[in-house]
Design a protein around this ligand. Structure first.
Ligand code: HEM
Length: 428
């Protein structure tokens, strides 16, 4: 569906519940029409938190949909903190801190010190070293996709055969996760970022499923950590277990939650950018032809994919004091959800925002977050992976044709696809 086909004035705002994971499985055109209306008419709309078994719902949150407000909140971490929860609407129970209490839900100064342990690895200069291995992973994954297609009448699933394995293998290589453990990392990461989607949650019991997935990831960390302490290697897990902060090693919980964050953040987001980038290209064939023919567009096109898809829909902040922002008076404790998906289509910032334009430049999107200390640690890595992947797709699988329809993840937090059917025709 062409996103411009849905008229925002047709949207019934009474029917919009941003807390309802099923609402997010609606076609993007419909979702964006609703976000447009909210941005224009109710830029700090209040929503109740969903009732999840075992996790008490708090009072609710304000949905920030204007770019300027989102940027203002993100750039004042002392007023709008992350320490009370960044990745969940609810304040999470203590037993979930193992995998919710990580870097992303910490405030400075501790946050900055812990981030520094690995941040050097993610700078463009250090990543230059990994470029060849990223290329090798991408080439291998695409070659396997061709074999799968040959065995299935040309049919593949973009998610399972292309989009999921690339970032999973790249981040597992960087962390030093052995091949034999990667299927479990994928499965557990899917549960942790399932948003409660019933297909991924056994027995309709999200709390138990999250706890089990987190415990399995923590057990993997413990095994690898013991090996690294005995024999350090050149990987991120070694950095986590051997680096000292303020003269001390990280606590068990800090190591576990950071380990899980890196694995989860490093694969789900990039996966969804690849799959939905391909979906966008199938919906905008002229943009696909333009990009495929011109490698000099790789940089701007990848930024446009991230803006368009907004793989992370929102992050949360909590007010530490009373104040006023964008005309909205708030009190300490109020929660704000920063809707990157909405800010990325704000006409105050993006000309013709509902158009997918691979040459868009400048493109100050907030897909990787906005100004502030939590800006995506993996942004350079993700850009690199996406540039290499799309170029290789154009070069090696030029006849890849998305046949759809996509099967969307029922999550308000991750803009994800579970499956995307495609066909490989006369591939080289
Ligand atoms: C944080 C998006 C890929 C690791 C974030 C944030 C967003 C984001 C929106 C939060 C920013 C904020 O709160 O201000 C994305 C997208 C990706 C991607 C859209 C892919 C297209 C990656 C990769 C890694 C990664 C490949 C690699 C490990 C992280 C980490 C944080 C983070 C560790 C927390 C940083 C902190 O709190 O200081 N990302 N990300 N991300 N991302 Fe990414």
């Amino acid at each position: 569906v062409d996103p411009t086909d849905v008229d925002p004035t047709d949207v019934d705002l009474g029917d919009v519940d941003l807390s309802d994971r099923d609402w997010w499985t609606r076609p993007p055109a419909e979702r964006h029409a609703a976000l447009d209306r909210l941005r224009r008419e109710r830029p700090f709309a209040f929503f109740a938190e969903p009732d999840l078994p075992g996790i008490p719902a708090g009072p609710g949150y304000h949905a920030v949909t204007r770019y300027a407000d989102l940027e203002a909140i993100s750039s004042q971490p002392a007023v709008f903190c992350s320490g009370q929860g960044a990745v969940s609407m609810q304040d999470v129970p203590a037993e979930l801190h193992e995998f919710y209490g990580s870097l992303i839900s910490m405030d400075d100064p501790r946050h900055a010190k812990i981030r520094r342990i690995v941040s050097k690895t993610f700078t463009p200069r250090m990543l230059e070293r990994t470029l060849d291995s990223v290329r090798a992973v991408v080439d291998d994954v695409l070659a396997r996709a061709r074999v799968t297609a040959a065995a299935h009448d040309g049919v593949i699933d973009v998610v399972a055969d292309i989009a999921a394995p690339i970032p999973l293998r790249v981040i597992c290589d960087m962390m030093g996760v052995p091949e034999a453990d990667r299927a479990a990392v994928l499965a557990n990461s899917n549960v942790i970022l399932s948003g409660g989607d019933p297909e991924l949650i056994e027995n309709d019991d999200p709390l138990t499923a999250f706890l089990t997935a987190g415990a399995e990831m923590a057990a993997l960390m413990e095994r690898l950590a013991a090996e690294r302490v005995a024999e350090p290697r050149d990987d991120l897990t070694t950095a986590l277990v051997t680096t000292e902060v303020d003269g001390e090693r990280l606590s068990h919980q800090e190591i576990a939650s950071f380990f899980i964050l890196l694995l989860v953040a490093g694969n789900e987001t990039t996966r969804n950018a690849i799959s939905q980038g391909l979906l966008a290209l199938s919906e905008w064939p002229e943009e696909r032809a333009r990009w495929a023919a011109d490698p000099s567009l790789d940089r701007t096109a990848v930024e446009e994919v991230v803006r368009w898809v907004s793989p992370v829909t929102w992050m949360r902040r909590t007010a530490t004091r009373d104040g006023e922002i964008g005309g909205h008076r708030f009190t300490a404790g109020e929660k704000f959800l920063l809707f990157y998906a909405a800010a990325n289509r704000d006409p105050e910032v993006f000309a013709d925002p509902q158009r997918f334009d691979v040459g868009r430049d400048p493109n100050p999107h907030v897909g990787f977050g906005s100004k502030g200390p939590h800006f995506c640690l993996g942004a350079h890595l993700a850009r690199r992976e996406l540039q290499v992947t799309f170029r290789a797709l154009f070069d090696h699988l030029p006849d890849l044709e998305v046949t759809g329809p996509p099967d969307r993840l029922a999550s308000s937090f991750v803009n994800g696809l579970k499956r995307l059917p495609a066909r490989l025709g006369g591939t080289r």
